[in-house]
Design a protein around this ligand. Structure first.
Ligand SMILES: NC(=O)c1ccc[n+]([C@@H]2O[C@H](COP(=O)([O-])OP(=O)(O)OC[C@H]3O[C@@H](n4cnc5c(N)ncnc54)[C@H](OP(=O)(O)O)[C@@H]3O)[C@@H](O)[C@H]2O)c1
Length: 289
């Protein structure tokens, strides 16, 4: 399996940073062909299935809920009547998203930095009854490791890997006591396949897969399921407008995924009681190339 992925070292690292450092694409591989990016997904509506109410009575905390994949997952969960707690750094943004969610349940917000363990300790004191935790918050940066400032590497690990680890640690404690819970972590194809210019990001996302697998084993007997989604390129702010024009040809589906398609996988993982250590690839076939 690993050897399968070693041939994917040319998977482009097109994810752009959302932290204060300038984005650099000097390390991007050359692409032979171009593609036309599809419209970005700004809508909050869920990719509504005929079903609804399947998460009624469940309390779900979703990080990275202010936009992109986290927001789409919150919208799908809310449409299934889950009560959502939205986490992001900007209070007004997550409150606006919460106000727009559909469904019968009430929603809450918690503004904070997922990489700050104190934020999680405080949040878990107030919210002891989270049934489903979704770790979707993340940042990225594209540059060769040798050209990446140490503080930037640290921030990527802190946000992506430590942020996910702390959230799992604080909420799993209560889940173990209640002998029920579900954790869904968002990794990345770059975490499996690597990709030029993605060392810190890929390492953080590979770490999330290791964390997921270990916790699935540690907590399965306590009726806690821990699963992960491995997206390829998804239409969000994280995928860079300019650089992605070089990559579509590499994706067999000839398009990027939609956040709602990741949300569909999250619903599956939330509902399927036999899914534990289940890692779902959603990359339009890119991992096969
Ligand atoms: N888009 C892709 O192609 C792709 C591919 C593979 C994996 N992923 C993963 O999918 C997840 C969601 O990505 P996306 O594409 O939806 O990205 P996005 O549109 O940039 O959204 C990132 C989210 O993470 C939040 N966030 C970032 N740093 C945070 C921090 N320190 N504390 C709290 N919240 C923080 C942001 O909230 P605020 O900025 O409002 O605080 C925002 O809600 C990420 O983990 C990403 O690595 C994305």
């Amino acid at each position: 399996m690993l050897s399968k992925f070693t041939v994917q070292a040319t998977i482009p690292s097109l994810l752009r940073t959302h932290i204060s450092q300038p984005t650099r694409y000097t390390c991007l591989p050359a692409f032979k062909k171009s593609f036309s990016p599809s419209a970005s997904s700004a809508s909050i509506s869920s990719s509504a299935s005929a079903c609804s109410g399947r998460l009624s009575g469940k309390k779900c905390l979703i990080t990275g809920a202010s936009r992109g994949i986290g927001r789409a997952i919150a919208a799908r969960f809310a449409a299934e009547d889950a009560s959502c707690v939205l986490v992001g750094r900007n209070v007004s943004t997550i409150e606006k998203v919460a106000a727009e969610l559909e469904g019968k349940a009430r929603h809450q917000t918690r503004a904070g930095d997922v990489g700050d363990r104190a934020f999680w300790v405080e949040t878990a004191k107030e919210l002891k009854d989270i049934d489903i935790l979704v770790n979707a918050a993340g940042i990225t940066h594209s540059s060769l490791l040798l050209a990446t400032k140490p503080e930037l590497v640290e921030n990527i690990y802190r946000t992506n890997l430590l942020g996910t680890t702390w959230a799992c640690q604080v909420f799993a404690k209560n889940m173990v006591r209640r002998k029920a819970g579900c954790i869904i972590n968002v990794s990345s194809l770059l975490g499996v396949a690597g990709g030029r210019g993605s060392a810190a990001y890929a390492a953080s996302k590979a770490g999330i897969l290791g964390l997921t697998r270990a916790l699935a084993g540690e907590m399965g007997q306590s009726n806690i399921r821990v699963n992960a989604i491995v997206p390829g390129y998804i239409e969000t702010q994280m995928t860079d407008e300019n650089a992605r024009a070089q990559a579509l040809e590499a994706v067999p589906a000839k398009r990027f995924g939609k956040p709602e398609e990741i949300a569909d996988a999250a619903i599956f993982l939330a509902l399927n009681e036999y899914a534990n250590n289940c890692i779902i690839n959603l990359d339009g076939g890119l991992s096969a190339m």
